[in-house]
Write a protein that binds this ligand. Structure first.
Ligand code: SAH
Ligand code: SF4
Length: 346
């Protein structure tokens, strides 16, 4: 069924406040509603035992409390990775992935249905762009899993915006969603526990730097010369490497925060020492960390992951040159929950 009511998760606190004013209710009702959503994780208006009946009815008439319908849950064999397929109110679908690491519990959320950037090695890019998610749809992925975990008295420790879509192509909704989840009187999820990953949309990195937020930033590099990067990441033609590195340096000098670079090692394409050397030249002296990951397989790409030995040689070269670097654990590959594998197929 298509839900036509606006989502309550699209509202900021000031919008809830306005709703309360229009209803001629006392101001403190806005806080009660906010706490119910983001503290008690209520999933319907009926849960508000502290609100008058009239207001409960009004809330459920006006707003939807659930615009994400879980269609499918897939658990990886390791028991540490869980992927959910959600249906949105217009029937489009997205995927969200929960990963347990020892004591940490990290959620990988989507910001768009599909992606317009067309990176050749990425399943989301291969499906094309359908639409942006609203801030509420981004927020609701988190709230869904917060509820899911709370059943076992577990909590999220990190949120990474590395699911479907390019967060900086949907900048406003992305930042609004993070701000809403960060709100101390509500969900109170620390800004430093978010990581945004971007393909490298230069003007938005600049804007983000100037806003001087505590959110972590990762930039997907994958190649250290323009010819190769443009072949893998078409948007590199618009935002070429040198300008991209300049804005990354601007980010680090403005915010004094470390930046991460993502590098998916693709067999015979970007895993030789020549690329590693060019990479060290690009980022020398920058406060940064390089995350290497073996490419995850996708349907429409013939690219293969590098073998383990080559990955270690690449990593050792960077370390020897003084670049902090690690090989990221691959997770949930067999359920297509790994980086770049999300495409919401059914
Ligand atoms: N659009 C953003 C965030 C989503 S993709 C971005 O591109 O950064 C999240 C990460 O997965 C990015 O670093 C992306 O380059 C990487 N990725 C995409 N396809 C991949 C694949 N097949 N194997 C490994 N990593 C991949
Ligand atoms: Fe989009 Fe990121 Fe995939 Fe590129 S890697 S197509 S930017 S989701």
């Amino acid at each position: 069924m298509i839900n036509t009511k606006p989502s309550i998760f699209d509202l900021d606190f000031k919008d809830v406040f306005e709703f309360i004013k229009n209803e001629k209710e006392p101001d403190y009702r806005a806080e009660q509603i906010w706490k119910g959503l983001y503290h008690n994780l209520y999933s319907d208006a009926e849960s508000y035992s502290n609100l008058p009946r009239r207001l409960i009815n009004k809330l459920s008439e006006r707003y939807s409390f659930s615009n994400l319908t879980p269609l499918e849950q897939i658990n990886a064999k390791d028991g540490q990775t869980i992927k959910f397929l959600f249906q949105l109110s217009d029937q489009k679908t997205i995927e969200t992935v929960l990963m347990y690491y020892n004591k940490r519990c990290s959620l990988c959320i989507s910001t768009q249905v599909g992606c317009a950037m067309g990176c050749t090695f990425c399943a989301t890019g291969q499906m094309g762009f359908l639409r942006h998610l609203s801030s509420g749809e981004i927020v609701e992925q988190v709230i869904f899993f917060a509820r899911y975990l709370s059943k076992n008295r577990q909590i999220l420790t990190n949120i990474v915006l590395m699911g479907m879509g390019e967060p900086f192509h949907n900048y406003r909704a992305t930042i609004e969603a993070i701000d809403r989840l960060n709100d101390q009187s509500g969900f109170n999820f620390g800004a430093r526990r978010f990581t945004i990953s971007t393909v490298g949309i230069i003007p938005m990195i600049k804007k983000f730097a100037l806003e001087n937020r505590q959110i972590n930033l990762a930039v997907s590099l994958h190649a250290a010369d323009n010819d190769l990067r443009s072949a893998l990441i078409p948007v590199n033609r618009k935002y070429p490497l040198q300008e991209l590195m300049d804005v990354c340096k601007f980010y680090v000098s403005t915010t004094k925060r470390r930046i991460s670079f993502e590098w998916a090692l693709i067999d015979g394409i970007n895993d030789d020492i020549k690329q590693a050397e060019l990479l060290t030249q690009l980022i020398s002296g920058l406060l940064c960390h390089v995350n290497l990951i073996l490419l995850n397989p996708t349907n429409k790409s013939h690219h293969k992951p590098s073998d383990g030995k080559k990955a270690v040689a690449f990593k050792n070269f960077l370390i020897q040159k003084g670049v902090p670097c690690s090989i990221r654990l691959r997770r949930g590959i067999e359920i297509r929950a790994g980086c770049g594998q999300l495409a919401a197929r059914r």
